[in-house]
Design a protein around this ligand. Structure first.
Ligand code: IMP
Ligand code: MG
Length: 174
């Protein structure tokens, strides 16, 4: 599959994606039973993952979208821009951050610092994918969907220069 100037091949199928999401949802349902978590969805990348997992989460909850940007093209810029801020009403709440992928960990690390300054009761991170070889910042991911090699991927919310987010499978750079 061609996206802009690059070729990609299928890497994680729709069926595998659904299985991963279902497994993550049952862990969260179990751990948060009887509680009232507050989900923060990291836009734009996590929008499909969030819409799938939220429909499988059956605990009472609140939800907000946040947007912080660190990526340009195929690499991290090392700077976090705030485009849509964390709401103040996370104070005292059990926050669950829904993220598409933790790569170097820079974005999540910087985001968690900002989140902690808003005094939530607890914070957990649920990331659909992680790239352990790329991790350079100390970030604890509480719910990991799947670990992958340090390769560039698109689809299921993830983009290459704005393209490919709507793809139903995940594709890897050939
Ligand atoms: P980090 O700050 O290096 O951990 O990168 C964080 C963000 O970059 C992720 O939340 C994604 O939105 C984006 N990103 C990281 N790796 C990829 C990839 O392989 N494809 C597309 N986007 C990616
Ligand atoms: Mg992201």
């Amino acid at each position: 599959m061609r996206i802009l100037d690059k070729n990609f091949v299928e890497f994680i199928s729709e069926k595998e994606i659904a299985d991963i999401v279902a497994t993550m949802a049952s862990s969260i349902n179990q751990d948060y039973k009887g509680r009232n978590p507050y989900y923060l969805v990291m836009m734009n990348g996590a929008f499909l993952f969030a819409s799938d997992i939220l429909r499988l989460l059956d605990v009472d909850s609140d939800l907000a979208f946040v947007r912080y940007k660190s990526y340009e093209g195929m690499s991290s810029t090392g700077e976090l821009k705030e485009l849509l801020a964390i709401p103040d009403d996370v104070v005292g709440r059990d926050v669950i951050v829904l993220e598409d992928i933790v790569d170097t960990g820079f974005s999540m690390r910087a985001f968690l610092e900002i989140l902690k300054s808003k005094s939530p009761n607890s914070v957990a991170v649920a990331s659909f994918l992680v790239k352990p070889e790329a991790l350079r910042y100390d970030v604890k991911v509480d719910y990991v969907g799947r670990s992958i090699d340090n390769r560039f991927i698109v689809g299921y919310g993830l983009d290459y220069n704005g393209r490919g987010r709507n793809l139903r499978s995940i594709y890897v750079l050939e």
